[in-house]
Write a protein that binds this ligand. Structure first.
Ligand SMILES: *Cc1c(COP(=O)(O)O)cnc(C)c1O
Length: 368
């Protein structure tokens, strides 16, 4: 099996470019000035990508994206605060679990997984609960691929004088996020989604004054985002061993993003991938879970065909043998599987994938 040429149609880790992988070939001394400079370049580029250079700072932290979310919540929301979590999928539920483990008082608005969060509900909750201090939103819910209305919710949160913490894990780098348009106190994302790098580092783009005033809030040592920020500001160095090669790959990936034309160009490529995917899969008899209007061009969810001859595992293996890796479903509402359209892939790859799906379908007689 040609595993070296495997194309990952998953929402991270995803298919990376040869240049990004090549950036990992050298060694770095973590406290040497070369790596200090690389870190500073990384922080500057990440804050710039959110248009936050004047107001925000980027604080990278090693680990999966969830660690960065946990660091942000645990450092920015104190025990006397109250967090409203807007939930329409598994990643929203994860924020709830993080807050509960941190013993932060939570309020929850739960909506259906195939629909965006209802902004009227957010407004009502904030009007009726003055004790809510922070609101957590997942921008693109990767559970289904549904896009939540960031701009509207950010403006409501600001109007009520509360702080927005955004999980932009699967959107930052492609979908428009501008802190001068959408007031965002803290935005969390990671290296291995729309930034198209390898996994291993998350980061928080946070208002400078907010992080500066968040000393001694975090109950965790290694996930204390304020301490992490303070170390960067004081010495330019990471507190603990940084994933040096992962940082180098991410900086290279950010240069490639710039070269591509920035997030608008990347969004166009993803949109084209998604358009082809949805049209092609529909032609092959698959039904997409989401209405077109609420589908982010990140990952699509397809209903498992009801025909009993369709077995996901067989379908998965059949695509794998053709060089494509897809993702099982995550929504609890229906049986489904997911196909991502992010990563270093273009419409040619999508066309080859659709050919592979049609072959996989024919290979098994009476498939469905
Ligand atoms: C991927 C993802 C995360 C974090 O996942 P990790 O496995 O911890 O990297 C968080 N939120 C969303 C919306 C995601 O897509």
């Amino acid at each position: 099996m040609a595993h070296e040429n495997l194309t990952l149609l998953t929402p991270g880790p995803l298919t990376t470019s040869p240049l990004v992988r090549k950036a990992m070939e050298r060694d770095w001394g973590s406290r040497d000035s070369a790596f200090v400079n690389l870190t500073s370049e990384l922080r500057f580029m990440l804050a710039g990508l959110a248009n936050g250079t004047d107001t925000h700072v980027a604080v990278p932290i090693g680990g999966p994206g969830t660690s960065a979310v946990e660091a942000a919540i645990g450092t920015l929301v104190g025990p006397t605060d109250r967090l409203l979590v807007l939930v329409n999928g598994a990643y929203g539920e994860r924020v709830v679990e993080i807050a509960r483990r941190l013993r932060i008082p939570v309020e929850i608005i739960r909506g259906p997984e195939d629909r965006p969060i209802d902004t009227d509900h957010v407004e009502a909750a904030l009007r009726n609960n003055p004790e809510i201090t922070h609101v957590a939103l997942v921008h693109c819910e990767t559970t289904t691929g549904v896009l939540n209305p960031l701009e509207e919710i950010a403006c409501i949160v600001e109007r009520f004088g509360r702080l927005l913490i955004l999980d932009a894990m699967s959107s930052f780098g492609a979908l428009p996020i501008d802190v001068t348009i959408s007031p965002i106190a803290a935005l969390v994302a990671s290296s291995n989604k729309c930034l198209e790098s390898v996994p291993g580092v998350g980061f928080v783009v946070v208002e400078r004054t907010l992080i500066a005033n968040a000393a001694s809030v975090s109950p965790s040592l290694s996930l204390d985002l304020h301490a992490q920020w303070a170390a960067f500001e004081a010495t330019g160095q990471w507190r603990f061993t940084p994933p040096v090669q992962v940082v180098a790959a991410l900086v290279e990936a950010l240069h490639q993003l710039k070269q591509e034309g920035g997030p608008p160009a990347r969004l166009n490529r993803y949109q084209r991938n998604m358009n082809l995917l949805l049209a092609g899969m529909q032609k092959l008899g698959f039904v997409s879970l989401l209405a077109r209007a609420v589908q982010a061009p990140i990952i699509a969810t397809f209903l498992t065909p009801s025909d009993k001859t369709f077995v996901f595992r067989t379908f998965y293996e059949s695509l794998l043998s053709r060089g494509f890796l897809i993702y099982p479903g995550k929504t609890t509402a229906v049986d489904s599987f997911r196909v991502g359209c992010i990563g270093a892939i273009d419409h040619h790859v999508m066309e080859r994938f659709l050919t592979a799906v049609s072959e996989a379908k024919m290979a098994k007689k009476n498939f469905f």
